[in-house]
Write a protein that binds this ligand. Structure first.
Ligand code: PMP
Length: 429
């Protein structure tokens, strides 16, 4: 580690305090981004396979231009009329079936989920929330309570019930009926809440359950769960903060893997291509009921500059056909990884679609025991070899590949070559 890095780390600790985390044993100091590439202060470049916020690539010229023009013209808030706000809401509702026609803006995914819970609780009159047991939905108080990956078990409040993530690799159910069987846990959670005197307001799910290890809900799961929660008087909330905006390749939203219309959809991260904008999209009748009891205003949420960024992101996704790019190049990555898995038995499973791919590292394929040490080592070694990825899951043994949507087949081949090289080195610490 250079002395400049050591000084910066000490300065950060002094200025930002103890709660802030840094990636990598030897953290990197990034100064510039372009497309799928990031550059550090020493001029080294890194292929970015981690940052989903820079959805259409770092500093995409169309997004930069749109934001620059708008910030040089006017920035206010949603209490004035502005075309950007309306144009964006209109374009966004075009990405949903007719029922989901109302957009409310926030700045972060946490705020979007917080608002979704408020709407659900107001509209149902209930308080209970059901979530998967290793989920992350954000950092506000109400959302921390349902972020079961972070909150200590004994602090989960009685109005929150958890269900196992529908993991068909390491979980209890793996066959063709896994979706149906995992969904029965949601009925159990409804019953458990009833024993505690609580009725459910909502079931909330990250539609590709990222924190649980990039778990793709098995066929039928989401649809059946939506039926169960509605029968119990609650709403189905799809958290699209990570899978949304075409990342899964096959669909624009993760929930579309099933024939299902959520009651509320939340989104954020990739929406503004790096500019903070997030939203709740839901049914008009829900917002009307909510508005009967509560006004809504968010100073920065949906301001004209943020909406300019978000409009430009949608333009690029459509003009550059990035959802299809994610599908095609994502398939290419998965095929390449499957070839590597034949050579490297530490790769227990490869799952995901589009640009949301997980490599599950195991000590041996038969036991499927998670190899957390290897994952940690690989994340650091890949960084040393110029590739940025992250690890995830309850055991942090799963490599998460989630590149900007402009990632090309050539980038994929380069990544696979380095991946092979690093796998051949094994654990380095
Ligand atoms: N939901 C999911 C699924 C997320 O991954 C995140 C962020 N990692 C959030 C919500 C919260 O978003 P934000 O950090 O913008 O508040």
């Amino acid at each position: 580690m250079t002395s400049t890095h050591q000084q910066m780390i000490a300065r950060r600790k002094k200025l930002l305090g103890a709660a802030y985390e840094l990636f990598y044993q030897d953290p990197i100091h990034l100064v510039r981004g372009e497309g799928v590439w990031l550059f550090d202060a020493q001029g080294r470049k890194y292929l970015d396979m981690y940052n989903n916020v820079a959805h259409v690539g770092h500093c995409h010229p169309h997004v930069v231009e749109a934001v620059s023009k708008q910030i040089a013209t006017l920035n206010t808030h949603t209490r004035y009329l502005h075309d950007n706000v309306l144009d964006y809401a209109e374009r966004l509702s075009g990405k949903f079936p007719g029922e989901l026609d109302t957009t409310m803006f926030t700045c972060t995914g946490s705020e979007a989920n917080e608002l979704a819970l408020r709407i659900a609780r107001t509209c149902t009159g209930n308080t209970g929330i059901i979530v998967t047991d290793y989920a992350y939905h954000g950092n506000t108080k109400a959302i921390f309570e349902i972020s079961t990956a972070d909150i200590p078990r004994d602090e989960i409040p009685p109005y929150v019930a958890t269900v196992p993530s529908p993991d068909t690799y390491r979980g209890e159910f793996q066959g063709a009926d896994a979706g149906e069987r995992y969904a029965t846990y949601v009925q159990d959670a409804v019953d458990e809440l009833a024993i505690r005197g609580v009725k459910p307001a909502a079931f909330v799910i990250d539609t590709i359950d990222s924190c649980s290890g990039v778990v793709q809900p098995p066929t039928g799961y989401l649809k059946r769960v939506a039926e169960i929660i509605r029968e119990a008087g609650g709403l189905f909330i799809a958290d699209e903060v990570q899978p949304g905006f075409g990342r899964t390749g096959n669909h624009f939203w993760g929930y579309q893997a099933e024939d299902l219309i959520p009651d509320i959809v939340t989104m954020g991260k990739p929406m503004g291509g790096g500019h903070p904008i997030a939203a709740v999209v839901c049914r008009r009748d829900l917002v009307e009921k909510f508005a009967g009891q509560s006004d809504y205003f968010n100073t920065f949420g949906g301001n004209p500059v943020s909406c300019a960024a978000a409009l430009a992101v949608l333009d690029v996704i459509e003009q550059e056909d990035l959802q299809e790019n994610a599908r095609v190049v994502g398939e290419h990555i998965v095929k390449g990884l499957r070839r590597l898995a034949i050579k490297h038995p530490c790769i227990g499973d490869i799952r995901g679609t589009g640009f949301f791919i997980a490599v599950d590292l195991v000590t041996d394929p038969a036991s499927r025991n998670p190899d957390s040490q290897l994952a940690k080592s690989m994340v650091n070694q890949l960084k040393d070899n110029g590739i940025l990825i992250g690890s995830i899951g309850p055991y942090a043994n799963i490599l998460k590949l989630r590149p900007p949507m402009v990632f090309s087949q050539e980038n994929a081949d380069y990544m696979l070559e380095i991946f092979d090289h690093v796998l051949c080195q094994g654990t380095s610490d």
